[in-house]
Write a protein that binds this ligand. Structure first.
Ligand SMILES: N[C@@H](CCC(=O)N[C@@H](CS)C(=O)NCC(=O)O)C(=O)O
Length: 215
């Protein structure tokens, strides 16, 4: 399998988390969509040019982070079961995954874009921050009854949330949300996230310094 991704893309981090949880081997293919040459060549291979993208052993291309993770869960029985087989738990996991992508991750994109040109967008920025914060507060309450997002086991919903918290705890005032903070601290010692974070920090360091590490 090959994964086309970028370490700083949250949807890519979501899939990386799942791959490490499943202990699945893959060839990493980093694509920087900000580079016009890399974008053009990726677009030729996959016209929608969205990351992440999984190329399976059979050569099939699977886009959409949640669908990639669903595929991994059905193909790899080793490692964490990311989509519970029990129908009602499965529904809860998929619902939370949808809420996190639609109500947190996508608005975070809009927020980051607006923050690059904040003048004249102050009201929109405030509104988006409020909307995202409301979702984080809701999850904080939810986490007072759950160790991971959907009970005792780590699932697809956790793969969706953890990359968003990286931005949340760096840029927003979330420290009052005790349960979310407890969850975030617990994520820091989860092996799969430790591997993802290592790559995120390396990639950030490369961007900040212009120094590329030896592969
Ligand atoms: N719903 C998609 C969202 C994927 C997405 O929006 N990816 C971003 C990077 S995180 C992207 O490729 N954007 C295209 C661009 O920058 O032109 C998923 O879950 O995979």
């Amino acid at each position: 399998m090959e994964l086309f991704y970028h370490p700083l893309s949250r949807y890519s981090q979501k899939v990386l988390l799942a791959l490490y949880e499943k202990q699945a081997n893959f060839y990493p293919r980093i694509v920087d969509l900000r580079d016009p040459v890399a974008r053009a060549s990726f677009q030729e291979f996959y016209p929608p040019a969205k990351l992440p993208l999984l190329k399976t052993h059979d050569g099939n291309l699977i886009p959409e982070s949640s669908i990639i993770i669903e595929y991994l869960d059905t193909q790899f029985h080793l490692g964490t079961e990311l989509l519970p087989s029990l129908p009602e738990r499965n529904l809860e996991v998929r619902l939370l995954d949808r809420v996190i992508d639609n109500e947190i991750n996508n608005p975070l994109f809009q927020l980051e874009k607006l923050k690059q040109v904040p003048v004249g967008h102050e009201f929109e920025i405030k509104q988006l921050e409020k909307q995202i914060l409301t979702q984080f507060q809701h999850l904080d309450t939810h986490l007072s009854r759950n160790y991971w997002l959907c009970g005792d086991s780590f699932t697809l919903a956790d793969c969706a949330l953890i990359p968003c918290l990286y931005y949340g705890f760096e840029q927003m005032k979330l420290l009052d949300l005790d349960q979310l903070l407890r969850y975030w601290q617990q994520a820091q010692i989860r092996g799969a996230w430790m591997l993802v974070l290592e790559e995120v920090l390396l990639s950030k360091m490369e961007e900040d310094t212009g120094i590329r590490s030896i592969p």
